[in-house]
Design a protein around this ligand. Structure first.
Ligand SMILES: Cc1cc2nc3c(=O)[nH]c(=O)nc-3n(C[C@H](O)[C@H](O)[C@H](O)COP(=O)(O)OP(=O)(O)OC[C@H]3O[C@@H](n4cnc5c(N)ncnc54)[C@H](O)[C@@H]3O)c2cc1C
Length: 459
């Protein structure tokens, strides 16, 4: 391959994590704590991915569906507790289904984690630096270095030019599977029937909301599927609602009068293409301005509200899924099947925003188990050596990914991938050959929960 820039400015590490979102934070912290020389490459100037740049929140549930067991612990729990100690988050054990922090949604929304994005930026960076992670911010991975089916590193576009960054193991936490796709891994995209993906959304925050009036109105209209659904339905029928969406997705924050709004909807765009992302940003921003105008005019409690901020980036719910040694399925989530190589447990239900319309959301109809498992093999690309994947690009079907895509499972998958990468480096072996018992033992020692069947000493 020819480059216009000389790539001799190479750097080397044991583990190179691409993407500093929830999965990447989990991976980098875990790999560095396990003793690997770890570099975390992130295109933005701060860490967090959707937690921060995407303004996405709260973190969806980290508990079992019945709210009894905290399934996602480890790095995620530490991250939350540190934000809580700053007064900038509520531990999920303190929130409840259908409360305002959960957007008034009951099913699958018990024990969410409200947090402030600025605290997330601070704590993510602190945890990485304290663990000894070398940060490479403002660095975009534009290509993969591959020799004979083995990923040897990546090429980054940095302020000072292109750079080859070599590593013994690369962990792709880019959410879009950029490293894996460029390296030639098999990937899947969208739903099986027509390849369409879930819509994008530009998150924004509104200040000046009368919290009590909102709560009073929503509680007195239990017939609405989502907050203000009847007002939205009427406006939609009259062609006055600016987004193809039913009801208002809105989540109270820790600041009085400030809510996160998850209501813009951009259909039919492909997040692996810059032209589509650009079009989505333009359309999303247009919808934001019109929505704020509509809210002020028509929603109880919103009369004096104003736009506080919009996310730095359009939010992408779905793009590539890397085909791994195992493809997690909806049935696995429904039966809660036990995998001998379990590396994370979760319970967030299937949450599909209609790829072609206005409906969707977390739904009881999919019948997912009280808790389900993610196997290590879903983090191991089928076709490539030297690479692991975690987060939104892990190996799962459209339906299964619609459940495990949320931020707590992304942290948990990242922690497992980072730990496995460090074990592979220490043992001089391929990631796919990592001893699962050793991996599980290390995860448990680092605070992860893998269910009742996997316990320290027996693993
Ligand atoms: C609109 C919307 C609403 C959502 N609502 C919720 C919610 O309420 N609660 C919840 O828990 N989850 C929610 N989610 C899901 C969740 O935010 C994501 O699925 C989750 O953040 C995935 O984590 P990740 O680490 O895989 O990816 P991301 O958070 O997307 O992080 C990926 C990181 O990689 C970086 N990156 C990407 N490509 C490159 C590259 N080539 N080079 C360098 N860096 C790169 C990005 O800048 C980013 O920092 C929502 C998602 C969307 C889009």
């Amino acid at each position: 391959m020819q480059y216009t820039t000389d790539l001799h400015t190479a750097s080397e590490s044991d583990v190179l994590v691409v993407g500093g979102g929830p999965a990447g934070i989990g991976a980098a912290v875990a790999a560095a704590r396990a003793g690997a020389r770890t570099v975390l490459v992130e295109r933005y100037g701060s860490l967090g991915g959707n937690l921060t740049a995407g303004l996405v929140g709260p973190c969806m549930t980290s508990f079992s569906l019945d709210g009894r067991t905290q399934l996602i612990r480890g790095v995620f729990d530490e991250f939350v507790r540190r934000m809580e100690a700053m007064g900038q988050a509520l531990h999920p054990s303190r929130t409840h289904a259908a409360d305002a922090y959960a957007g008034f949604i009951e099913y699958g929304h018990d024990k969410v984690t409200p947090f402030e994005p600025e605290a997330a930026k601070t704590v993510a960076m602190q945890m990485c630096l304290e663990a000894g992670v070398e940060l490479a911010l403002h660095s975009f991975v534009c290509d993969s270095l591959v020799i004979d089916g083995r990923v040897e590193g990546v090429v980054t576009a940095e302020k000072d030019g292109l750079r080859a960054r070599k590593a013994a193991v690369v962990v792709d936490c880019s959410a879009d599977g950029d490293v894996a796709a460029r390296a030639g891994a098999a990937t899947e995209f969208g739903r099986e029937s027509d390849g369409l993906v879930q819509p994008m959304t530009l998150f924004f925050r509104i200040a000046g909301i009368d919290d009590e009036e909102v709560e009073r109105y929503v509680r007195s209209h239990p017939e609405d599927f989502r907050p203000f659904a009847s007002i939205v339905a009427k406006a939609r029928a009259e062609g006055r609602f600016p987004a193809p969406r039913m009801g208002v997705g809105m989540y109270k924050t820790l600041r009085p009068g400030v809510w996160r709004i998850n209501t813009t909807r951009i259909l039919g765009k492909d997040a692996t293409r810059s032209a589509d992302l650009t079009a989505a940003e333009i359309e999303g921003r247009d919808q934001v301005l019109k929505l704020v105008e509509f809210f002020r005019a028509e929603l109880p409690g919103f009369g004096d509200c104003e736009l506080l901020d919009t996310a730095a980036t359009i939010g992408v719910r779905e793009s590539r899924r890397v085909v791994g040694e195992y493809v997690l399925t909806l049935e696995d989530l429904q039966t809660g099947v036990h995998f001998d190589d379990v590396i994370a447990m979760c319970a967030y239900p299937v949450d599909i925003h209609d790829p072609a319309g206005s409906g969707g959301g977390s739904d009881e109809k999919w019948g997912t188990a009280n808790a389900y498992e993610i196997p290590y093999r879903s983090l191991v690309p089928r076709d490539l050596e030297g690479l692991l994947v975690a987060g939104r690009c892990a190996s799962a079907t459209h339906e299964a990914m619609a459940a495990i895509r949320v931020m707590p499972p992304a942290f948990a998958m990242g922690q497992a991938a980072g730990t496995a990468a460090a074990l592979a480096v220490a043992g001089g072996i391929a990631p796919r050959d990592v001893d699962v018992d050793s991996l599980q033992e290390r995860l448990l020692a680092d605070g992860a929960y893998l269910g009742e069947r996997v316990v320290v000493g027996a693993a």
